[in-house]
Design a protein around this ligand. Structure first.
Ligand SMILES: Cc1ncc(COP(=O)(O)O)c(C=O)c1O
Length: 305
């Protein structure tokens, strides 16, 4: 039960019901909470957190982009996360990490730079809530009328709550049009990503993905590109036109909670035999890695001890 689980809150473990902020807090009123979603997986040696160092570094990067001061070092934060997972007793699931300003604020600038930190642990099922699970493990997608936030308007690399209205309205639009997910173009009209996931297309057996610059620095994306190279799959990260979706043999979304999510239809184009061979091979390899059965990438796992 999620509400019986301890929450790490500013240096101590507290009951779920005490993990609150005031409506007048800066992070509520201005959407200034930064966050991360991190996966932990069952391995033969017990639960292990996937690329914990990378997620904590991205969190620290979000903080620095917004001039926030973390109340603890990266090493201390990693330890707090591992301890929260350990206390949960869960063998696999998702961690939600928050950095926020709990102080009451009327102004656009937060009253101080130092943030508070909270860590929650969930099972995958608990995070789904009333969300529809994709049927046949694939999803349909539309091209959203909403463009991905332009990097000249806000620091899009920061995983900050306020930026996520972008993905929310795109997903709402896709649901209203009868699709599961949305693909957002950047403000120049090139492919960017999904609302909360990266986008990949397969062409002539190679893996193509939009370049960094207008998208989140996804850790799954980065991992997939590295893993694909070791499997002899050619990779390309660059500007991709919308037409790439018409030419693609396979299309998939990726992210921490979805891993690889095959796309079976984009607008009125239906893809056959989903998931395709490249998606299937990569997906199987990622499962092996997260289960701790792949010696080459064991270094990506942080055991919960
Ligand atoms: C906008 C956006 N793109 C991509 C991703 C995937 O990133 P990651 O693989 O680090 O979970 C996310 C994750 O939440 C996201 O919010």
């Amino acid at each position: 039960m999620v509400n019986a689980r301890a929450v790490y809150l500013s240096g101590e473990f507290r009951p779920w019901d005490e993990a609150k902020v005031h409506l007048m807090s800066h992070s509520f009123g201005r959407g200034s909470a930064i966050f991360e979603v991190i996966g932990f997986h069952e391995t033969q040696a017990g639960p292990a957190v996937f690329r914990l160092d990378e997620y904590v570094s991205r969190f620290a990067k979000s903080a620095s982009l917004l001039e926030m001061e973390l109340p603890l070092t990266k090493a201390e934060l990693q330890e707090a996360i591992l301890q929260t997972v350990k206390r949960s007793g869960l063998s696999s699931g998702l961690i939600k990490l928050f950095g926020f300003y709990p102080e009451i604020s009327f102004a656009i600038l937060p009253p101080q730079k130092k943030i508070q930190v909270a860590v929650f642990v969930f099972t995958k099922e608990e995070t789904l809530g009333n969300k529809r699970e994709p049927t046949n493990h694939s999803v349909t997608a539309c091209i959203s009328r909403w463009r991905r936030l332009d990097p000249d308007t806000v620091p899009i690399e920061a995983k900050v709550a306020a930026n996520y209205v972008n993905g929310m309205v795109a997903r709402q639009e896709s649901r209203a049009k009868g699709f599961d997910y949305a693909i957002l173009l950047d403000t120049q009209g090139f492919l960017a990503e999904g609302g909360t996931e990266s986008l990949f297309v397969v062409r002539e057996g190679g893996l193509l993905t939009p370049t960094l610059g207008t998208i989140l620095h996804s850790i799954t994306r980065k991992s997939l590109l590295e893993v694909a190279e070791t499997m002899g799959i050619k990779t390309f990260s660059g500007r991709l036109s919308q037409g790439s979706l018409d030419e693609a043999e396979e299309i998939f979304f990726s992210g921490t909670s979805t891993k690889l999510l095959p796309v079976s239809q984009v607008e009125n184009r239906i893809l056959s035999s989903v998931p395709g061979p490249v998606t299937r091979r990569l997906s199987a390899r990622i499962e092996e890695i997260t289960a701790g059965r792949d010696s080459q990438f064991k270094r990506w796992l942080f055991p919960v001890t």
